[in-house]
Design a protein around this ligand. Sequence first.
Ligand SMILES: [Zn+2]
Length: 243
Amino acid sequence: MRESIKHLIQLQELDKQLDELERAKGGLPQKVRELEDQLQSKRDELREKQDEFESLQKNKRQLERDIENLQESKKKYEEQLYSVTTNKEYDAVTLEIETAVQNIDTKETELLQLIEREDGLKQEIADLEAVIQKLEADFEQQNAILQEKIAANAKVEAELQAQRQQVVEKIRVQHIKLYEKIRSHKDGLAVVPIIRGACGGCYTNIPPQRSMEVRDGDKLIVCESCGRILFWQEDEASVSVES
Ligand SMILES: [Zn+2]
């Protein structure tokens, strides 16, 4: 039985290390995922701006063509003015010229607005590209660390699992079952020492008679308060209560 409790203590130690490995994995994948999401949304944003830039170019070209055509027809009407013979004809052609001038003016204002937006967009695109470049660098770096950690952890984890298997094979099945049951209900802590006459898990006092039984180690004894398996530390006298 003394061996049994010794193996349970070893098992708990290994499980503690495995739990810590699991916890250590926690933060970094989350961070890498967040960077990936950020990168994705910035890339989407960039694509939208680039699309806008492209359609703006198209609109610009169209406006330039329109202005060119309007100027040409204005010129044609101006030439017609020389050949008009009646006042009515003169008025009609003059009206055409005025309309063309107005239209050219409107289109030129639109063109100017587009050019302004184009300058703004160019800046926005350049800023986004810089942000993306920085995010990509961060992502590469964090992901490399993560992959390295995963590889290193996998090795340590495999070693711990192998050791665990060896220890498990030395323990009776019903004791393993009891251990697992307590561990799952008591924050992973199933085997605790008696510290200054109290349970090392819940700090409830253990009656001296029970302490003696634990010390004898003839059978597994659990704390009546928290149900954890108790063990006796040979150097109990020197153990100080953990705060
Ligand atoms: Zn207890």
